[in-house]
Design a protein around this ligand. Structure first.
Ligand code: SF4
Length: 403
């Protein structure tokens, strides 16, 4: 079977070496060349393309020019003043690379290519898009669309080495890369700043890709849709019981051991860091018995009046979950509080403090309702004997679901 790779190609030394290496390994190459609207002397690239075709006659080399100026504008230019205030640097070049990668993903899906190669090198690893801390983020972005991201010459530590490889391949050692106006203004920020920038901007990349796929493919087409089902759009939400974030909601007695608001902050920032949106369920017990209720066993809630209150919440939140799913977001899990007569998942308690291996009334209803509607979302129970348990459980949950 023919091996295909897309090379983010500029005509420069590094991407030319990558194209040559892949051609030597018998890949058919799609060289994708971007014009960001600020590049000059783009015709120089033609010379390099001819060199590659002459030196690697056995590889099929297809060349495509794409304009990424509109997406670059959305990602990095429209809000440039706010961005500079927020991040302290001009990060247009990073935004430009995100725009190119987003369009490259669409190109790969259209052309059934699952490998994107760049000419990133170690001697330029201070440049935002080539920083070691940034590469995993780009890799994850592509992985969501089942595309492998490779940087075959990332070990190369000097321009001299690159020139030697070019010579060996029979290619000229000049750069032949168009110059970009933004390149002259590029800054070298610290990796954390760039990571934050990329994490903030990825949502625009995913929106672009998803909109492209929605408008291009109708739902009857199988291949791209399969890819989409495998990958989702990268946006995730998690549904949690109310009192994960509002310790005041817990019944008297239960809340005594759990007044650690610092851990609530940890959970929130952890989920924020992972870009997971939060859906906080209402507390059904408060709606039934008020805030100043005593802790009690499941018998107290196993009645029609309470179940009716629960059913109303279940109906409303099922509708809300369906809306997220329809928009192709991933609802990662519904997380309840073990031991609670309402929100327990793995166990609850009787009024005589006997541990019962069943769900609490509220989340049991929720689970049954989703099953009837064929909506599969894992229900995860967390212990609340300490807030550290909760934080650890959510961290594990996220790792498991990410794996
Ligand atoms: S009913 Fe659920 S949300 Fe309300 S206090 Fe109990 S466990 Fe927390």
């Amino acid at each position: 079977m023919t091996k295909k790779a897309l090379v983010l190609f500029s005509g420069g030394r590094d991407s030319s070496v990558v194209a040559g290496l892949l051609a030597q390994k018998n890949f058919d190459l799609d060289l994708l060349i971007f014009d960001n609207g600020a590049s000059s002397k783009i015709d120089l690239i033609e010379y390099r393309i001819n060199e590659l075709k002459e030196n690697f006659p056995l590889s099929k080399i297809k060349v495509t020019f794409e304009n990424c100026s509109s997406l670059l504008k959305d990602i990095a230019l429209i809000h440039i003043e706010d961005d500079i205030k927020k991040y302290g640097y001009n990060l247009i070049c990073m935004g430009c690379k995100l725009a190119m990668l987003s369009q490259a993903v669409c190109y790969c899906i259209d052309n059934k290519i699952n490998l994107i190669a760049t000419g990133f090198v170690a001697y330029e690893n201070e440049w935002p898009e080539q920083m070691p801390d940034v590469l995993p983020l780009l890799e994850t972005m592509l992985k969501k669309y089942s595309i492998k991201f490779i940087n075959p010459i990332y070990f190369v530590e000097s321009k001299v080495e690159i020139k030697k490889i070019l010579s060996k391949m029979g290619l000229s050692t000049n750069s032949l890369e168009p110059t970009c106006l933004f390149g002259d203004t590029a800054a070298l920020p610290d990796p954390n700043t760039v990571v934050n920038y990329v994490n903030d901007k990825l949502i625009l990349c995913y929106n672009y890709i998803e909109n492209y796929l929605f408008s291009k493919y109708n739902l009857a087409d199988s291949d791209p849709i399969l890819l989409r089902n495998n990958t989702r759009n990268g946006h995730k939400v998690i549904v949690l019981s109310h009192c994960f974030f509002n310790l005041f909601a817990r019944a008297k007695g239960v809340s005594k051991a759990n007044k650690n608001w610092a851990t609530v902050d940890h959970i929130l920032s952890f989920l924020r860091e992972k870009n997971v949106g939060i859906i906080q369920l209402p507390c059904p017990e408060i709606l039934y018995q008020g805030l100043n209720r005593d802790a009690c066993g499941i018998e107290n809630y196993d009645n029609e009046k309470y179940k009716k209150i629960c059913q109303k919440i279940v109906d409303d939140y099922t509708y809300l979950i369906e809306e997220y799913l329809k928009s192709n977001l991933e609802v990662q899990a519904i997380v309840g509080i073990n031991g609670s007569p309402s929100c327990g998942i793995d166990y609850t308690y009787s009024s005589k403090r006997k541990k019962l291996n069943r769900k609490g009334v509220f989340l049991d209803k929720f689970n049954e309702h989703l099953k009837r509607k064929n909506i599969v979302i894992p229900f995860i129970g967390v212990n609340i004997s300490s807030q550290a348990d909760i934080y650890e459980a959510i961290r594990k949950l996220h790792c498991e679901l990410e794996a």
